[in-house]
Design a protein around this ligand. Structure first.
Ligand SMILES: C[S@@+](CC[C@H](N)C(=O)[O-])C[C@H]1O[C@@H](n2cnc3c(N)ncnc32)[C@H](O)[C@@H]1O
Length: 252
């Protein structure tokens, strides 16, 4: 099923043909969407993670044409797709993931992508969890799930993602030489499946935590939070917390 964010991007694109498209941070969702778009002349996709590339290839291999490319590389490498220009560039939850693959590179990434954008850049992202006082139990639970997940990643020697607010992305885009065409937020509703996905990510890191007593305490907290999250998701028809956003920009 195509996400509401991708549907919105389709409405922004309107009748304009897609042409040559670059998915600058590919995953199964964006790959399945982009490779099914009607008027692309070439699909190029980049991931920094070989595991991601394998999953994407399994999902869309049958649809790929001779001219389509799926590449493993890092935008920190100046030689990656050097000199190429694509009609449409997509950065789908890429800004948040950058911290895990090239820490502190978020602003540089926007400057790095700028000369590659022929006509349109579409960015999707997740607004960071609220800092300080939360509005309700669902918001507190979602924030704690995110923080517990990140704590486990850190203790397992990994770098968690770092999300940036839509306003931050908008302002950095303008500084990088883009004109903003549209910026819109979409309210999130997290289901029990999301609670499990996030907490299972934490559970998988527990064996890598050297202090076994700490790992066991974390395991207990994870399961308590899972029960709380499921309960709140059931009673509230999902956890209504926070926003995703879509920003459309063009070279100024
Ligand atoms: C959260 S995933 C994006 C979600 C994806 N579009 C989907 O459909 O699920 C982030 C992607 O950006 C890639 N990425 C993050 N930082 C990168 C970097 N510095 N260079 C290249 N790719 C990067 C990751 O390897 C991954 O493929």
């Amino acid at each position: 099923m195509v996400s509401g964010l991708f549907r919105y991007i389709e409405t922004l694109q309107g009748q304009e043909p897609w042409g040559s498209v670059l998915d600058a941070g590919v995953g199964v969702n964006s790959a399945e969407w982009m490779t099914a778009l009607p008027t692309t002349t070439r699909w190029t996709a980049v991931t920094a993670a070989p595991g991601h590339a394998r999953q994407v290839r399994e999902a869309v291999d049958a649809r790929l044409r001779l001219q389509d490319r799926l590449l493993v590389g890092n935008w920190m490498d100046p030689a990656l797709l050097e000199g190429e220009v694509h009609d449409v560039v997509l950065a789908d939850y890429l800004i948040g993931a950058v911290e895990g693959f090239s820490p502190y590179f978020q602003e540089d990434l926007l400057r790095r992508l700028k000369p590659m954008v022929g006509r349109r850049l579409y960015i999707t992202g997740l607004d960071p969890y609220v800092v300080g006082e939360v509005p309700d139990a669902a918001a507190r639970c979602v924030r704690e799930i995110g923080r517990l997940r990140d704590v486990c990643l850190l203790l397992a020697d990994e770098t968690p993602y770092r999300e940036f607010p839509a306003e931050w992305v908008r302002d950095r885009l303008m500084e990088a030489g883009f004109r903003i065409l549209s910026a819109k937020r979409f309210p999130n509703r997290y289901r029990a499946r999301w609670v499990d996905g996030q907490l299972d990510m934490a559970v998988r890191r527990l064996p890598k935590i050297a202090d076994r007593a700490l790992a066991e305490a974390l395991a207990g907290r994870i399961e308590a939070l899972r029960a709380e999250g499921h309960g709140l998701a059931k009673s509230g028809d999902g956890l209504h917390v926070g926003f995703d956003y879509v920003i459309a920009a063009e070279p100024a």
